[in-house]
Design a protein around this ligand. Structure first.
Ligand SMILES: Nc1ncnc2c1ncn2[C@@H]1O[C@H](COP(=O)(O)OP(=O)(O)OP(=O)(O)O)[C@@H](O)[C@H]1O
Length: 256
């Protein structure tokens, strides 16, 4: 099978600092990739490359066989992106915002209206659809961001900590949405620190640390013992010191 996303020796520097040190990954249609790693590991930087926001990288990235550097625009239309926090246009209502996003993707007005209404309704936001978003809670804004990322029915969905601020019911809905997207053979690249969710929804987990891949496999393949959780795998592979030592040092500082 042809990979839908192919990343070869991806490197990215910010000034003198090498943030991605040669990421190589083949991702296949219908896979849910859980892309995890400690703070600063390079997850968002990888995402920014994938969605065409960063062009000054080394290595090769191709999506559906197209070179990301050369076909950036057509590739962008295949991808839906949900950021953790975005500069949402707060003076707009969800319907105005979604209409704006839909037009960028060249969707017909009636399709935008129909999809946006039904998606907002699914998230319990229908009665807020014409309310300015500066009055919205963090979770309500996140629901609008998720809707805007999926509105054009993309082939590939890139989620960077999409559950941020969502209540337990909304988290269940988004997990279910990911499973349904997979059934439609969509590919999901999912970055998160929520290990319990990543463990449950991902077919394949890619763990990066300091810009390099340190583990890549199914959850069961990454386990050292039968009852190891993803949180424990993460700590085993990336923990630089005992967590209790870090917590003690933090609290002890208060005594100074
Ligand atoms: N615009 C930038 N300029 C300089 N350094 C940057 C910039 N963006 C990110 N970095 C650095 O690149 C490294 C990787 O950042 P990145 O945001 O990709 O990490 P991450 O894995 O997404 O982290 P987190 O889990 O905290 O969101 C960090 O050391 C960060 O300080």
């Amino acid at each position: 099978m042809q990979p839908i996303i192919s990343i070869r020796d991806l490197r990215k520097n910010y000034g003198d600092k090498q943030v991605l040190k040669g990421i190589t990954l083949d991702i296949f249609p219908g896979q849910i990739i859980g892309y995890i790693g400690p703070n600063g590991a390079g997850k968002s930087t990888t995402v920014k490359v994938l969605i065409g926001l960063l062009s000054d990288f080394e290595g090769d990235v191709s999506i559906l066989g197209k070179d990301l550097r050369q076909d950036t625009l057509s590739i962008k239309s295949l991808i839906g992106y949900v950021p953790e926090n975005a500069e949402i246009y707060e003076v707009l209502t969800p319907m105005e915002y979604l209409s704006f996003v839909g037009k960028l993707y060249e969707l017909e007005d009636d399709i935008i209206e129909e999809r946006a209404t039904r998606m907002l309704q699914a998230f319990g936001l229908l009665e807020n659809k014409d309310q300015r978003m500066d009055t919205f809670s963090k979770g309500m804004r996140q629901k609008v961001l998720i809707t805007s990322g999926l509105l054009h029915n993309p082939q590939i969905v890139v989620l960077d900590e999409p559950l941020s601020g969502l209540d337990a019911n909304a988290v269940i809905i988004v997990k279910e949405i990911m499973t349904l997207l997979k059934k439609e053979n969509k590919t999901i690249f999912y970055c998160s620190h929520m290990m319990d969710v990543v463990e449950k929804v991902s077919d394949r987990i890619v763990l990066i640390d300091e810009g390099s891949i340190v583990a890549d496999g199914t959850f069961s393949a990454l386990k050292e013992s039968g009852d190891e959780t993803l949180e424990q795998i993460f700590a085993r592979l990336t923990g630089k010191q005992q967590h209790s030592t870090s917590a003690d040092a933090f609290i002890n500082a208060l005594g100074q």
